[in-house]
Design a binder for this molecule. Structure first.
Ligand SMILES: Nc1nc2c(c(CN[C@H]3C=C[C@H](O)[C@@H]3O)cn2[C@@H]2O[C@H](COP(=O)(O)O)[C@@H](O)[C@H]2O)c(=O)[nH]1
Length: 366
């Protein structure tokens, strides 16, 4: 080897050493957790209670153990798709494109609801039920070609797909149509009209898939400016829950196999902050507490809302760390803790035992 040729072996060793020391990894990061910690460090209207977080970690761990909570629960839900194929990937992609803002101010009997399989579905489940019903009725709601067809896929088509068994229409139908249109265009331009090709473009990295969604789809770009910080805080709730739903549905196999799945954080929606507050893990300042209990509109991207979302992400991260500290052998991540917390608050809601309302923010982000 001549003197001026680089010693590739030496360079490889140096790179390995530096990566170890400086944690310079080729693996992508989403930046969500870093942004959440920044929001928590600067929050004045939402605080974390460490004693309650410790107690919650113990309670969540023991209940998850008792219920043998795992990714397998996802497919066990009556309405979730059961096959592990491209059709299911398209279903989950469509679902998480539209997975936002189901809440209503009407009484339970009058709120937007979907009648399907002789049951009345509300909230998130109304979305899944409406999609299943549409497919049963031959409406290709999960097909990105359909989303781009301005003759076939109109606001009236969505009114039909999401027709309610009460007088209230599904919220934000126009925004949902815009999400489908945009996603159809991006899939056509970049991913051969295939959600599976989009998943495969991430080469098995959860963080890379989240970043692809945020980069290529404006309707997944759930990031917001906060004062005192140059770059926006990335929350990316629907991008992250898409990866998590894929991972859970495929039970970590095939198109659900992500080597860095533990980089996915809690999904900052309007339900998990409610259960975290109920458990005493997060506390609101008096004015925020009054506003939430009065079901006042909490503007999307505002100071209060960003504190609610950022502090909830950070809170679940601390609960996850506490569980891992006490049970290093247990394979648990923020996704399973989040799914468990969501299902728990839904049980509390069904039993009519909510002690504080969820916060009211209307947005396409959650
Ligand atoms: N953080 C978090 N947010 C979640 C879910 C789910 C459903 N995931 C299923 C999959 C596995 C789990 O076991 C669940 O069965 C929906 N949401 C969000 O909540 C809101 C809907 O509330 P409500 O209107 O009351 O149904 C809305 O923003 C929706 O996007 C979750 O898991 N985590």
């Amino acid at each position: 080897m001549s003197d001026d040729e680089p010693d590739l072996e030496l360079l490889a060793l140096l790179r390995q050493h530096l990566q170890g020391k400086l944690n310079i990894s080729d693996e992508p990061e989403t930046g969500v957790l870093e942004g959440a910690e920044y929001v928590y460090d600067n929050a004045i209207d939402v605080a974390l209670d460490m004693r309650s977080c410790k107690n919650a970690a113990a309670a969540i761990y023991s209940q998850m153990q008792q219920k043998q909570y795992s990714a397998a629960q996802w497919s066990a839900h009556e309405l979730h798709p059961k096959t592990k194929d491209d059709a299911t990937i398209a279903f989950i992609f469509t679902m998480d494109l539209l997975n936002f803002s189901f809440w209503s101010e009407k009484p339970e009997a009058d709120r937007f609801a979907i009648s399907y399989r002789d049951k009345r579905w509300t909230g998130y489940w109304s979305l899944v039920a409406a999609m299943q019903r549409a497919l049963d009725e031959g409406i290709p709601i999960t097909d990105s070609h359909f989303w781009q067809d301005e003759e076939e896929c109109t606001i009236d088509t969505l009114r039909q797909v999401f027709r309610s068994c009460s007088d209230e229409e599904m919220p934000m139908l126009a925004e949902r149509l815009a999400c489908l249109r945009e996603a159809g265009t991006v899939l056509y331009e970049k991913y051969e009209c295939s959600p599976t090709k989009l998943v495969e473009a991430a080469n098995g990295s959860a963080a890379a898939l989240v970043n692809l969604l945020a980069k290529d789809f404006a309707c997944f770009r759930d990031e917001h400016r906060v004062e005192g910080r140059r770059k926006p805080v990335r929350i990316l709730k629907r991008a992250q829950i898409f990866v998590a739903d894929l991972w859970a549905c495929f039970e970590g196999e095939g198109h659900g196999a992500f080597r860095d799945i533990d980089k996915i954080t809690m999904f900052a929606d309007y339900r998990v902050p409610q259960i975290l507050n109920t458990m005493g893990c997060i506390a609101y300042s008096p004015p925020l507490d009054v506003a939430v209990r009065a079901k006042k509109d909490i503007p999307s991207g505002g100071n209060w809302e960003m504190q609610l979302r950022g502090c909830s992400i950070w809170c679940v991260e601390l609960i996850r760390r506490e569980i891992k500290r006490n049970h290093p052998e247990v394979d648990i991540n923020a996704i399973l803790i989040d799914f468990f917390l969501y299902d728990t608050i839904k049980e509390i809601e069904a039993a009519g035992q909510e002690s504080i309302p969820h916060h009211r923010t209307r947005s396409i982000w959650y």
